[in-house]
Design a protein around this ligand. Structure first.
Ligand code: XLS
Ligand code: NI
Ligand code: NI
Length: 445
């Protein structure tokens, strides 16, 4: 097999924070035990096929720039399956050299559209056989598979939420096939991102019908999962907008309300993407905490946005502090089970060297590894937990308990308050707490 990433001949080593080698890990030390688990098992890193191998660097103003010789932009006359195989060789070479334990794909990332459903399905089957061999050879596992229900023109008005049941049926067939493929490859999860499950205007949209359709679609996915014996989790990926103006899966809270309404809450969890959280006006940590609280936390797409650009930029994560606050919620809740950290992250369009894909992932993995160390140290130090608990001690006293257990009512609280002075105010201490976090960020090794 001819190699693609020829500058990197060995697996990327761990060399520690003081190393100047740009093609080494400085923080991610797979075997290091942190809070009772190996780093690799905590972080469960996945490389995303889509952005890293399927995207040629095009944007709405210009053509592809990246060095992706299998892409139709650069190989317009190549046989699509040969190109897909070359892409897969390069992808698994990369996963293995990086030392990522997992990868993720859309059906169309690994197998090009064949013009008809039948031909597309046959191509997917062929590529899945090949992926199984690559997985076997490299030991890399599938974190999740997903069907692309947003790129093809047939999905212009959505897949499950399309006004035409023929499109719903097509999408259902595509998911059935992709879920089978994911099952065959031992996938740990199956993701549904509702890229076009939303709307542009109420002038042509029946919101209630579309929500009912989406719920029926998801119930069918759950039924199918059970029928084929797929043991992984089904995950919805919330995103507030882009490509549609109003997306139904706006954020974790909206997804949770939807799952409750349609009685799906025990069957489906969420895949939280950091920059989708930002776009919905939340912190990453908030979305994690909301999902943990609802019992629907599944997995994470670990990317980041840009402070000044309000779209899904999908940068590799570089902010240790932002990620530490997210990891604090994840580790505090007991860590990942089926999920992991998928780099749904893109290079910049000008990052055209083959090694840039390593640099992006090394930076992202080091950032998340350092965030894990910070989170574990904060949890072990216990100051934040003690502070938080201290704020609520009143609720363990007589008044707090009698409010919560219902022995005191509104009128009784009225009478009680008439005779009492003002409650004593105390500081929230946010700056002091932020300084504690900053201290951990600075000190962990
Ligand atoms: C797009 C989404 C997509 C999903 C998988 O914004 O993040 O990459 O993760 O379809
Ligand atoms: Ni994503
Ligand atoms: Ni995204």
């Amino acid at each position: 097999m001819t190699e693609f990433f020829t500058d990197v001949t060995e697996r990327i080593p761990f060399e520690g924070p003081d190393s100047d080698n740009p093609l080494a890990f400085h923080w991610y030390d797979a075997d290091r035990v942190v809070a009772g688990r190996r780093m690799e098992d905590h972080l469960r890193f996945a490389v995303c096929y889509w952005h890293s191998f399927n995207w040629d660097g095009f944007d709405i103003f210009g053509a592809g720039t990246l060095d992706r010789p299998w892409h139709p932009t650069f190989a317009p006359t190549a046989d699509p399956l040969d190109a897909a195989k070359a892409k897969m060789n390069a992808a698994f070479e990369f996963f293995a050299k990086l030392g990522a334990p997992f990868y993720c794909f859309h059906d169309r990332d690994i197998a090009p559209d064949g013009g008809s459903f039948k031909e597309s399905a046959a191509r997917l089957d062929e590529m899945v056989d090949l992926a199984a061999e690559h997985q076997q050879r490299t030991g890399v596992q599938l974190l999740w598979g997903t069907a692309n229900l947003f790129s093809h023109p047939r999905y212009q008005a959505g897949a499950a939420t399309n006004p035409d049941p023929e499109v719903f049926a097509y999408a259902a067939a595509q998911v059935a096939h992709c879920l089978d493929a994911t099952h065959r490859l031992g996938g740990h999860n199956y993701v549904l991102w509702g890229g076009r499950e939303g709307y542009e205007t109420l002038l042509n949209t029946d919101l209630r019908r579309e929500l009912d359709q989406l719920a029926r679609f998801l119930s069918m996915v759950v039924e199918h999962k059970q029928r084929i014996g797929f043991a992984g989790a089904i995950l919805i990926e919330p995103k507030p907008f882009e490509p549609t103006k109003h997306q139904y899966d706006y954020d974790v809270a909206a997804v949770y309300a939807f799952l409750q309404r349609y009685d799906l809450v025990d069957e489906i969890k969420v895949n939280i993407e950091v920059n989708h959280a930002t776009l919905s006006g939340h912190d990453f940590a908030h979305e994690i905490a909301a999902a943990v609280d609802a019992g629907i936390f599944g997995s994470v797409d670990a990317n980041a946005g840009d402070d000044r650009l309000g779209w899904d930029l999908d940068r590799f994560p570089m902010s240790v502090e932002q990620m530490s606050l997210g990891m604090l919620e994840i580790v505090g809740a007991g860590g990942f089970t089926t999920g992991g950290l998928n780099f749904d992250s893109k290079l910049r369009r000008q990052s055209i060297d083959r090694n840039d894909l390593f640099h992006g992932h090394i930076g992202g993995m080091d950032t998340m590894a350092r965030a894990l160390l910070v989170a574990a140290a904060i949890l072990e130090g216990g100051e934040l937990a003690a502070n938080r608990a201290a704020r609520y001690t009143g609720w363990d006293g007589e008044l707090g308990r009698s409010i919560l257990d219902g022995t005191i009512d509104l009128a009784a609280l009225h009478d009680r308050t008439v005779d009492r002075g003002e409650p004593v105010r105390v500081s929230g201490g946010q700056e002091r707490l932020e300084n504690i976090v900053a201290r951990y960020v600075a000190r962990v090794r």
